[in-house]
Design a binder for this molecule. Sequence first.
Ligand code: AMP
Ligand code: GLY
Length: 420
Amino acid sequence: MKVLIVGGGGREHAIASALLRDERVSELVCAPGNGGIAKLARCVPVKATDIEGQVALALEEKPDLVVVAPDDPLAMGLVDRLTEKGIRAFGPNAAAAQIEASKSFAKSLMEKYGIPTAACGVFDDAESARAYVKEKGAPIVVKADGLALGKGVTVASTVEEALEAVDSAFGGAFGAAGSRVVIEECLFGPEVSMLCFTDGKSIKTMVPSQDHKRVFDGDKGPNTGGMGAVSPVPCYTEEIHDRCVKEIFEPTVAAMNAEGCTFKGVLYCGLMLTENGPKVIEYNCRFGDPETQVVLPRLESSLLEIMLAITEERLSEVDVVWDKGACVTVVLASGGYPGKYQTGFEISGIEEAEKAGGLVFHAGTKAGENGAVLTSGGRVLAVSAKADDLDSALANAYAAAEKIDFEGKHFRTDIGCHAK
Ligand code: AMP
Ligand code: GLY
């Protein structure tokens, strides 16, 4: 079978590796891909958000399956467009992708169907948003409504900070994503990412994982796309899981059906385990990054089979089996990320890291001359490693990550700090 993957980060590299574990995958194409994916797939330079370009590529390549991995093309309706052309595509359609693309859609859905989440108000003008902040007091959370690359959220510890966030969103800091603002009660507790496969009829949950969003050790500094992840998450017990299935995952899939926007693909539930039970912080309509780099290495079943089954609404027939061990990923970023950073530096030590047992997933890399691999993005590599338990997986991931070098390399040294 020929598979086309849309996207080009560490997540897509992990998806490509997992798909190739099924020997039915005879040809892999990735658009745009990156320097690491190029070793597994033929990369074609079409941007993930170039919907016309992606449709044209799929019509030309005639893949048996297109996997649309990032949120933007999903929200822009790439799966709808491919399906109209008779091409089998994995991922939610645009209507279902609203669960991530519009925080106000997600909040109203949870409110209407009684799914536990933070109390909130939704505002289309600065004046009423400011009045709400003053009425509720701090701490309080201010979120731009639309997709803002994970940067549209301010957890404000003072009223002044919250008011500034309101003004900056309505002042255009996040473009159209900030013309509507969601203001939420601040929740406390450990965060867990639960990714679920669903075809709208049944749900198969993945193993839990935990991201580390801040750039520096001790959860200091600005939010990033994610600096590392671990799986499993010890505080996410069987008991909590059963509760999440009944109170969150099943009701969410049922709610999407009831709203006429059946969700088929990966539903990512960002949870906070509060004193009053698990609550939804956010939904994403796709695999997480870097969560995928710790979750998919633990998948023993065929990812291809699961994806095909979802497109045919027969997920209930497929066994989804996970290993009993652990996996950790450490993200190596460019110096300065998530602010300004330079690119084009040669990366050394990737083979040594792989020899040391690391699974090196490329995020922001490109092929240089004579086989060299160069940095080309903020998050450069996600270095994962597996083991029987979390402590050993952590040691293995750091041992592998330390073999790799490039100018300005920055990483957190405390991945796993919340899992102890
Ligand atoms: P989001 O983009 O919605 O995932 O938010 C980014 C981060 O902000 C989350 O991972 C949380 O750490 C934090 N956050 C979001 N909403 C809340 C909330 N209601 N209470 C506390 N922290 C939150
Ligand atoms: N790691 C967070 C996300 O993928 O949205």
